[in-house]
Ligand binder design. Structure first.
Ligand code: GUN
Length: 297
């Protein structure tokens, strides 16, 4: 019934989107405008955070945006971070910025997120932007769900009327993903189930789903018996597991047992090279939006 599985090539699509954005930057420059400017605050020395912020800054270079990294020590107090955030809110040369998560334990994420100006909140984490997204208003959409929506759109994968199982209810991925796919929109109109650590009958819910979005951070959690033949699998997981055959001693795997699931699906994202690169492209799209819509004239 289904042809061969198609691997959803997030890496190539991300390059395509970044080329499109670079053309838009060229148009801005031709109009005498300055390029978009993204800033990233990073608190402490979380190695994964440093890698992720590095990817974002490199993407800025590729598309021709200006970028700034604000590195603060682990011991930064919440007050000091809030002072920095106020400064960025008032700095007209910065169109959008992110505060890389996780923050050190002594800092309250929710207070920090609410301090970011909603007009510069290119992560789409501020309650105003989550509210606008939920109402179907134009706003910044959190980068990972935005990347996934873009992937489904560009590959013409219809979600209309489909049963979608979102695995994981984080504010960054699972919850916004479930809202977006249930909206009345081109990529939307799905019947969405949001599963989490207390969900019962998970295997059955998974195996009834036309589309699974796995975002729980547990390596190769989604197994072959949980996947319906012909399903679309979107794997958000990035888990590192020991691998003595690799020089660095580990390799990255997703939340889906790719090797055993791949032949059962119609489409699947690889890890790495699937959702990850699109997350970066989506942040770049949001930053352009901030510059075009909200920059003071
Ligand atoms: N940490 C993991 N994902 C994200 C993200 O999308 N934005 C920020 N700011 N931090 C993250």
């Amino acid at each position: 019934m289904y042809g061969p599985v198609q691997i959803l090539d997030g890496k190539t699509l991300s390059v395509t989107i970044q080329r499109e954005l670079a053309d838009k930057v060229d148009q801005m420059l031709a109009n005498g405008e300055r390029p978009p400017h993204l800033a990233a605050i990073i608190v402490g020395a979380n190695p994964a955070s440093k890698v992720y912020v590095g990817h974002k800054i490199k993407a800025c270079d590729r598309v021709g945006y200006q970028s700034s990294i604000i590195e603060l020590p682990e011991a930064t107090t919440q007050e000091q971070l809030l002072t920095e955030i106020k400064r960025l809110n008032l700095d007209d040369s910065i169109d959008g910025y992110i505060v890389q998560l996780p923050l050190p334990r002594h800092i309250d994420n929710d207070i920090v997120i609410q301090a970011v100006s909603p007009l510069k909140d290119v992560d789409g984490f501020h309650p105003v932007n989550i509210g606008k997204m939920t109402m179907g208003l134009d706003t910044f959409i959190p980068a990972t769900p935005y990347g996934i929506i873009t992937l489904l759109d560009r590959y013409n994968i219809s979600t209309e009327g489909k049963s979608v199982l979102v695995l994981g209810r984080s504010n960054i991925v699972g919850t916004p993903m479930s809202i977006l796919l249930s909206r009345n929109a081109k990529v939307g109109n799905a019947t969405v189930t949001l599963a989490h650590s207390r969900t019962q009958n998970l295997d059955q819910l998974c195996s009834n789903a036309d589309i699974i979005v796995a975002a729980i951070g547990r390596d190769r959690f989604v197994k072959e018996h949980m996947v319906k033949r012909g399903a679309v699998i979107i794997d958000v997981g990035i888990n590192s597991i020991p691998d003595p055959t690799k020089k660095r001693g580990y390799r990255l795997v997703g939340d889906v047992d790719f090797d055993n699931v791949v032949d059962k699906c119609s489409f699947i994202t690889p890890v790495p090279g699937g959702v990850g690169p699109l997350t970066v492209a989506a942040l770049m799209m949001n930053t352009l939006k901030a510059a075009q819509l909200y920059r003071p004239k």
